[in-house]
Ligand binder design. Structure first.
Ligand code: NCD
Length: 319
Protein backbone atom coordinates (compact mmCIF):
# COMPACT_ATOMS: atom_id res chain seq x y z
CA UNK A 1 0.00 0.00 0.00
CA UNK A 2 1.45 3.36 -1.01
CA UNK A 3 -1.31 5.68 -0.01
CA UNK A 4 -4.31 5.71 2.30
CA UNK A 5 -7.50 5.60 0.23
CA UNK A 6 -9.74 7.14 2.92
CA UNK A 7 -10.19 10.89 3.39
CA UNK A 8 -11.21 10.88 7.06
CA UNK A 9 -10.19 8.92 10.14
CA UNK A 10 -13.54 8.42 11.83
CA UNK A 11 -13.20 4.95 13.27
CA UNK A 12 -11.42 1.63 12.90
CA UNK A 13 -14.70 0.04 11.88
CA UNK A 14 -14.26 1.63 8.43
CA UNK A 15 -10.62 0.53 8.07
CA UNK A 16 -9.11 -2.65 6.68
CA UNK A 17 -6.32 -4.61 8.37
CA UNK A 18 -4.09 -3.53 5.50
CA UNK A 19 -4.81 0.16 6.16
CA UNK A 20 -4.22 -0.26 9.90
CA UNK A 21 -0.91 -2.01 9.20
CA UNK A 22 0.09 0.73 6.78
CA UNK A 23 -0.59 3.46 9.38
CA UNK A 24 1.39 1.54 12.01
CA UNK A 25 4.32 1.08 9.60
CA UNK A 26 4.27 4.78 8.73
CA UNK A 27 4.20 5.72 12.44
CA UNK A 28 7.13 3.38 13.04
CA UNK A 29 9.15 5.08 10.32
CA UNK A 30 8.43 8.51 11.85
CA UNK A 31 9.34 7.54 15.42
CA UNK A 32 13.06 8.36 15.15
CA UNK A 33 12.15 12.04 14.63
CA UNK A 34 10.80 12.12 18.21
CA UNK A 35 14.18 11.12 19.61
CA UNK A 36 16.26 13.72 17.79
CA UNK A 37 17.50 16.92 19.42
CA UNK A 38 15.68 18.95 16.79
CA UNK A 39 12.26 17.33 16.59
CA UNK A 40 10.94 19.06 13.52
CA UNK A 41 10.80 18.07 9.86
CA UNK A 42 9.31 20.10 7.00
CA UNK A 43 6.74 17.92 5.15
CA UNK A 44 3.59 19.76 6.26
CA UNK A 45 5.02 23.26 6.01
CA UNK A 46 2.23 25.66 5.02
CA UNK A 47 -0.53 23.22 6.03
CA UNK A 48 -3.10 24.11 8.67
CA UNK A 49 -4.57 21.79 11.27
CA UNK A 50 -7.48 22.91 13.47
CA UNK A 51 -8.16 21.11 16.75
CA UNK A 52 -11.68 21.29 18.17
CA UNK A 53 -11.84 19.76 21.63
CA UNK A 54 -15.33 19.94 23.07
CA UNK A 55 -14.41 17.63 25.97
CA UNK A 56 -11.51 17.70 28.46
CA UNK A 57 -8.21 16.32 27.20
CA UNK A 58 -4.54 16.44 28.21
CA UNK A 59 -2.72 13.72 26.28
CA UNK A 60 -4.77 13.52 23.11
CA UNK A 61 -4.93 17.27 22.46
CA UNK A 62 -1.24 17.84 23.17
CA UNK A 63 -0.31 14.78 21.18
CA UNK A 64 -2.18 15.92 18.06
CA UNK A 65 -0.76 19.43 18.40
CA UNK A 66 2.80 18.22 18.91
CA UNK A 67 2.47 15.79 16.01
CA UNK A 68 1.41 18.66 13.75
CA UNK A 69 4.25 20.88 14.95
CA UNK A 70 6.83 18.10 14.51
CA UNK A 71 5.81 18.03 10.83
CA UNK A 72 5.89 21.86 10.57
CA UNK A 73 2.13 22.33 10.13
CA UNK A 74 0.43 25.38 11.63
CA UNK A 75 -2.02 24.48 14.38
CA UNK A 76 -4.83 26.42 15.94
CA UNK A 77 -7.39 25.11 18.36
CA UNK A 78 -10.42 26.00 20.36
CA UNK A 79 -12.23 24.36 23.23
CA UNK A 80 -15.96 24.28 23.83
CA UNK A 81 -16.01 27.04 26.46
CA UNK A 82 -14.12 29.40 24.10
CA UNK A 83 -16.17 28.64 20.99
CA UNK A 84 -19.40 30.25 19.80
CA UNK A 85 -21.20 26.97 20.44
CA UNK A 86 -21.86 28.45 23.91
CA UNK A 87 -23.58 31.39 22.18
CA UNK A 88 -26.02 29.05 20.48
CA UNK A 89 -24.28 28.39 17.15
CA UNK A 90 -24.86 24.89 15.78
CA UNK A 91 -21.97 22.50 15.35
CA UNK A 92 -22.50 22.46 11.58
CA UNK A 93 -22.43 26.28 11.37
CA UNK A 94 -19.28 26.39 13.52
CA UNK A 95 -17.54 23.89 11.25
CA UNK A 96 -18.69 25.61 8.04
CA UNK A 97 -17.11 28.79 9.35
CA UNK A 98 -13.91 26.98 10.19
CA UNK A 99 -13.97 25.41 6.71
CA UNK A 100 -14.24 28.90 5.23
CA UNK A 101 -10.77 29.59 6.68
CA UNK A 102 -9.41 26.68 4.57
CA UNK A 103 -7.78 24.28 7.03
CA UNK A 104 -6.33 21.02 5.68
CA UNK A 105 -7.41 18.84 8.60
CA UNK A 106 -9.88 19.23 11.48
CA UNK A 107 -9.29 17.10 14.59
CA UNK A 108 -12.41 16.81 16.70
CA UNK A 109 -13.32 15.46 20.13
CA UNK A 110 -16.97 15.64 21.11
CA UNK A 111 -19.22 14.11 23.75
CA UNK A 112 -21.78 13.18 21.09
CA UNK A 113 -21.20 9.90 19.27
CA UNK A 114 -21.12 10.60 15.54
CA UNK A 115 -20.22 14.32 15.79
CA UNK A 116 -17.02 13.99 13.65
CA UNK A 117 -18.95 11.88 11.12
CA UNK A 118 -21.55 14.64 10.91
CA UNK A 119 -19.07 17.45 10.29
CA UNK A 120 -17.15 15.33 7.78
CA UNK A 121 -20.24 15.57 5.55
CA UNK A 122 -20.11 19.38 5.65
CA UNK A 123 -16.44 20.16 5.03
CA UNK A 124 -13.98 19.67 2.14
CA UNK A 125 -11.00 18.94 4.38
CA UNK A 126 -10.14 15.74 6.26
CA UNK A 127 -11.62 15.07 9.68
CA UNK A 128 -9.95 13.01 12.41
CA UNK A 129 -12.06 11.68 15.26
CA UNK A 130 -10.18 12.31 18.54
CA UNK A 131 -12.94 10.58 20.53
CA UNK A 132 -16.70 10.80 19.95
CA UNK A 133 -18.79 10.06 23.03
CA UNK A 134 -18.92 6.35 23.72
CA UNK A 135 -18.35 5.42 20.07
CA UNK A 136 -14.70 5.30 18.92
CA UNK A 137 -11.24 6.72 19.57
CA UNK A 138 -9.32 5.43 16.56
CA UNK A 139 -5.97 7.18 17.11
CA UNK A 140 -5.83 5.81 20.68
CA UNK A 141 -6.37 2.23 19.50
CA UNK A 142 -3.76 2.74 16.76
CA UNK A 143 -1.18 3.94 19.30
CA UNK A 144 -2.10 1.04 21.59
CA UNK A 145 -1.59 -1.41 18.72
CA UNK A 146 1.73 0.23 17.81
CA UNK A 147 2.89 -0.14 21.43
CA UNK A 148 1.88 -3.82 21.54
CA UNK A 149 3.40 -4.53 18.12
CA UNK A 150 6.66 -2.84 19.12
CA UNK A 151 6.87 -4.97 22.23
CA UNK A 152 5.88 -8.36 20.83
CA UNK A 153 6.83 -7.91 17.17
CA UNK A 154 3.31 -8.72 15.92
CA UNK A 155 -0.32 -8.54 17.02
CA UNK A 156 -1.32 -11.87 15.49
CA UNK A 157 -2.25 -14.55 18.02
CA UNK A 158 -1.79 -12.36 21.10
CA UNK A 159 -4.45 -12.25 23.80
CA UNK A 160 -5.42 -8.79 25.03
CA UNK A 161 -7.53 -8.51 28.20
CA UNK A 162 -9.42 -5.24 28.51
CA UNK A 163 -10.65 -4.60 32.05
CA UNK A 164 -13.13 -1.93 33.10
CA UNK A 165 -16.05 0.09 31.81
CA UNK A 166 -16.39 -1.54 28.40
CA UNK A 167 -19.84 -0.07 27.66
CA UNK A 168 -18.82 3.58 27.93
CA UNK A 169 -15.22 3.33 26.72
CA UNK A 170 -14.56 4.45 23.16
CA UNK A 171 -10.98 3.23 23.70
CA UNK A 172 -12.30 -0.29 24.34
CA UNK A 173 -14.56 -0.15 21.29
CA UNK A 174 -11.82 0.94 18.88
CA UNK A 175 -9.37 -1.55 20.37
CA UNK A 176 -11.81 -4.46 20.12
CA UNK A 177 -12.38 -3.68 16.43
CA UNK A 178 -8.73 -2.98 15.60
CA UNK A 179 -7.16 -5.82 17.55
CA UNK A 180 -9.53 -8.39 16.08
CA UNK A 181 -8.85 -7.12 12.56
CA UNK A 182 -5.13 -7.52 13.23
CA UNK A 183 -5.54 -11.13 14.40
CA UNK A 184 -5.42 -10.70 18.18
CA UNK A 185 -7.81 -12.35 20.65
CA UNK A 186 -9.72 -9.99 22.90
CA UNK A 187 -11.13 -10.80 26.34
CA UNK A 188 -13.06 -8.27 28.41
CA UNK A 189 -14.00 -8.14 32.06
CA UNK A 190 -15.79 -5.58 34.22
CA UNK A 191 -18.91 -5.11 36.33
CA UNK A 192 -21.92 -6.70 34.63
CA UNK A 193 -23.49 -3.23 34.40
CA UNK A 194 -20.58 -2.08 32.22
CA UNK A 195 -20.44 -4.96 29.76
CA UNK A 196 -22.52 -4.30 26.64
CA UNK A 197 -24.60 -7.15 25.22
CA UNK A 198 -23.55 -8.74 21.95
CA UNK A 199 -19.80 -8.89 22.54
CA UNK A 200 -19.65 -12.69 22.54
CA UNK A 201 -21.34 -12.71 19.12
CA UNK A 202 -18.49 -10.50 17.87
CA UNK A 203 -15.94 -13.06 18.99
CA UNK A 204 -14.94 -11.31 22.23
CA UNK A 205 -14.39 -13.50 25.30
CA UNK A 206 -16.50 -12.06 28.12
CA UNK A 207 -15.32 -12.93 31.64
CA UNK A 208 -16.86 -12.12 34.99
CA UNK A 209 -13.66 -12.62 37.02
CA UNK A 210 -10.49 -10.61 36.35
CA UNK A 211 -8.28 -13.61 37.10
CA UNK A 212 -9.96 -15.56 34.28
CA UNK A 213 -9.63 -12.68 31.83
CA UNK A 214 -5.94 -12.11 32.48
CA UNK A 215 -4.99 -15.77 32.85
CA UNK A 216 -3.18 -16.33 29.58
CA UNK A 217 -3.18 -12.72 28.40
CA UNK A 218 -0.14 -11.08 26.84
CA UNK A 219 -1.55 -7.61 27.36
CA UNK A 220 -3.66 -6.29 30.23
CA UNK A 221 -5.34 -3.01 29.38
CA UNK A 222 -7.03 -1.28 32.32
CA UNK A 223 -9.64 1.43 31.70
CA UNK A 224 -11.00 4.30 33.74
CA UNK A 225 -14.64 4.16 34.80
CA UNK A 226 -16.30 6.75 32.54
CA UNK A 227 -18.45 8.25 35.28
CA UNK A 228 -19.15 11.37 33.19
CA UNK A 229 -20.98 9.12 30.69
CA UNK A 230 -23.00 7.17 33.23
CA UNK A 231 -26.33 8.27 34.67
CA UNK A 232 -26.91 6.57 37.98
CA UNK A 233 -23.87 4.89 39.58
CA UNK A 234 -23.27 1.46 38.07
CA UNK A 235 -21.39 0.01 41.04
CA UNK A 236 -21.46 0.67 44.80
CA UNK A 237 -18.16 2.52 45.35
CA UNK A 238 -14.65 3.05 43.96
CA UNK A 239 -13.32 0.89 46.80
CA UNK A 240 -15.63 -1.94 45.84
CA UNK A 241 -14.52 -1.59 42.20
CA UNK A 242 -10.83 -1.69 43.16
CA UNK A 243 -11.41 -4.77 45.31
CA UNK A 244 -13.20 -6.70 42.55
CA UNK A 245 -11.64 -5.41 39.33
CA UNK A 246 -8.53 -3.38 40.21
CA UNK A 247 -5.24 -4.69 38.77
CA UNK A 248 -2.81 -5.24 41.64
CA UNK A 249 0.27 -7.41 42.13
CA UNK A 250 -1.69 -10.14 43.87
CA UNK A 251 -4.08 -10.41 40.96
CA UNK A 252 -1.22 -10.31 38.47
CA UNK A 253 0.03 -13.64 39.80
CA UNK A 254 -2.65 -15.15 37.55
CA UNK A 255 -1.10 -13.46 34.50
CA UNK A 256 1.79 -14.56 32.30
CA UNK A 257 5.17 -13.43 33.61
CA UNK A 258 5.85 -11.37 30.50
CA UNK A 259 2.37 -9.81 30.27
CA UNK A 260 2.44 -6.04 29.84
CA UNK A 261 0.21 -3.42 31.49
CA UNK A 262 -1.41 -0.65 29.48
CA UNK A 263 -3.83 2.20 30.19
CA UNK A 264 -4.93 5.04 27.89
CA UNK A 265 -4.91 7.55 30.76
CA UNK A 266 -5.99 9.39 32.77
CA UNK A 267 -5.42 6.80 35.52
CA UNK A 268 -7.40 6.83 38.72
CA UNK A 269 -4.59 5.43 40.85
CA UNK A 270 -5.72 2.85 43.36
CA UNK A 271 -8.99 2.26 41.50
CA UNK A 272 -8.40 0.47 38.18
CA UNK A 273 -4.63 0.13 38.70
CA UNK A 274 -2.62 -0.18 41.92
CA UNK A 275 0.09 2.54 41.92
CA UNK A 276 2.95 0.00 42.07
CA UNK A 277 1.54 -1.80 39.01
CA UNK A 278 1.14 1.48 37.08
CA UNK A 279 4.76 2.38 37.86
CA UNK A 280 6.25 -1.10 37.42
CA UNK A 281 8.72 -2.20 34.74
CA UNK A 282 5.97 -4.10 32.91
CA UNK A 283 3.86 -0.97 32.50
CA UNK A 284 4.06 0.56 28.99
CA UNK A 285 1.76 3.45 29.81
CA UNK A 286 4.26 6.19 29.00
CA UNK A 287 5.43 4.39 25.85
CA UNK A 288 1.80 4.59 24.72
CA UNK A 289 1.97 8.36 25.12
CA UNK A 290 5.19 8.65 23.09
CA UNK A 291 3.79 6.38 20.38
CA UNK A 292 0.68 8.57 20.26
CA UNK A 293 2.67 11.41 18.74
CA UNK A 294 4.14 9.10 16.06
CA UNK A 295 0.71 7.67 15.18
CA UNK A 296 -0.81 11.14 14.84
CA UNK A 297 2.13 12.28 12.70
CA UNK A 298 1.43 9.28 10.47
CA UNK A 299 -2.27 10.13 10.22
CA UNK A 300 -1.55 13.75 9.29
CA UNK A 301 1.04 12.90 6.65
CA UNK A 302 -1.04 10.11 5.12
CA UNK A 303 -4.22 12.20 4.96
CA UNK A 304 -2.41 15.12 3.39
CA UNK A 305 -0.70 12.83 0.89
CA UNK A 306 -4.16 11.41 0.07
CA UNK A 307 -5.70 14.87 -0.40
CA UNK A 308 -4.40 14.86 -3.95
CA UNK A 309 -1.63 17.43 -3.83
CA UNK A 310 1.73 16.31 -5.09
CA UNK A 311 3.93 14.99 -2.35
CA UNK A 312 6.64 17.51 -1.73
CA UNK A 313 10.24 16.35 -2.14
CA UNK A 314 10.58 16.95 1.61
CA UNK A 315 7.76 14.51 2.22
CA UNK A 316 9.41 11.88 0.06
CA UNK A 317 12.58 12.23 2.09
CA UNK A 318 11.00 12.26 5.51
CA UNK A 319 8.13 9.82 5.41
C1 NCD B 1 -9.53 8.27 26.96
C2 NCD B 1 -10.68 9.04 26.34
O1 NCD B 1 -10.74 10.26 26.39
O2 NCD B 1 -11.51 8.34 25.80
N1 NCD B 1 -8.37 9.00 27.19
C3 NCD B 1 -7.50 9.33 26.19
O3 NCD B 1 -7.88 9.80 25.14
N2 NCD B 1 -6.21 9.09 26.40
C4 NCD B 1 -9.92 7.44 28.13
C5 NCD B 1 -10.53 8.09 29.34
O4 NCD B 1 -10.88 9.25 29.36
O5 NCD B 1 -10.66 7.36 30.33
Amino acid sequence: MEQLKIRHILGLRDMSAEEIGFILDTAESLKPILHRHIKKVPPLRGRTIVTLFFEPSTRTKLSFELAAKRLSADTVGISKSMSSVVKGETLIDTTRNIQAMKPDIIVMRHSMAGAPHLIARHVDCSVINAGDGINEHPSQALLDMLTIRDHFGSLKGLKVAIIGDITHSRVAHSNIIGLQKMGARVAVCGPGTMLPPGLAAEGVEVMMRVEEAIEDADVIMALRIQRERQGLPLFPSQREYARKFGINNRRLRAAKENAIIMHPGPINRGVELAPDVADSGRSLILDQVTNGVAVRMALFSLLIAESGDERSPDMERQV
